[in-house]
Unconditional design. Structure first.
Length: 256
């Protein structure tokens, strides 16, 4: 799918929303392009400091919808499945978030979805360019256009853009070799804690090929989760996808 195709199908999009700088900026970017944006926050046990209320104040409740989505069961299953690859725990977690995002988009007739990946954090497996390409294709199988609109933003550009909107996260905590974080103003995750304190993060010393192999192993399993999700709801996923194909018309070009 392309964004041009998406724009034919209604004026709403969704974003994986942690409440941190990157996802908040992406939400603002999407609100410049779409009439309404759904903020999807995943509950897997981390503490969250969310700023969605500020977005509602800025853009209005009719344009900003915020949903908490529980992924604890899927998250635990993923960690058990990949226990021998604990150094890819964040990639496993993020794949579950993307998988649940696909379900959310299909349920809410959303054709455009984004995350807060940025190039400055490209050492993270889930934000490597090759990873994002695989994820784009994954979403495309379900007629969803997946993008990372803030990918080329620098740290300074992110802060500046948000400041123009009156959203101030305050000073970042800087460490050598790392982007820096806004302590007490961004969501906290136990595994990301090392990224804040140490430039040599023990969870991220991987080649892109290591990460792609991890995805190739786990994507079929993740797709089965989607199948089971709709089966449990008594919904026919093939009919949902067929309807989306009809909405797109002959321009639809994936092979789902």
């Amino acid at each position: 799918m392309t964004l041009k195709e998406v724009e034919k199908l209604g004026r709403k999009a969704s974003v994986m929303f942690s409440g941190g700088v990157d996802s908040t900026l992406v939400a603002c970017i999407l609100l410049d392009k779409f009439d309404a944006v759904h903020l999807i926050t995943f509950d897997y046990g981390a503490d969250l400091f969310l700023r969605y209320a500020r977005l509602i104040d800025l853009f209005g409740p009719e344009r900003v919808r915020h949903d908490f989505v529980n992924i604890r069961k899927w998250w635990l299953a993923s960690q058990v499945r990949n226990a021998r690859q604990f150094n890819l725990v964040c990639m496993s977690c993020k794949l579950i978030m993307h998988t649940r995002s696909i379900c959310y988009c299909l349920e809410n007739d959303i054709f455009a979805h984004s995350d807060g990946s940025i190039r400055e954090q490209g050492q993270h497996p889930e934000q490597m360019e090759g990873t994002l390409k695989i994820l784009h294709d994954y979403y495309n199988d379900y007629y969803i256009d997946f993008t990372s609109p803030a990918y080329e933003f620098s740290t300074e550009a992110e802060d500046s853009r948000l400041a123009e909107l009156g959203i101030d996260f305050g000073a970042r905590v800087r460490v050598p070799g790392a982007k820096g974080s806004h302590i007490h103003k961004q969501p906290f995750c136990l595994f990301a804690f090392f990224d804040v304190l140490f430039s040599d993060n023990p969870f991220y010393p991987h080649s892109q090929e290591d990460v792609l192999e991890h995805l190739r192993k786990n994507l079929p399993w993740a797709k089965n989760l989607i199948d089971s999700y709709f089966e449990d709801k008594g919904l026919d996923l093939s009919k949902i996808l067929s309807k989306r194909r009809e909405w797109l018309g002959p321009e639809a070009h994936n092979e789902a």
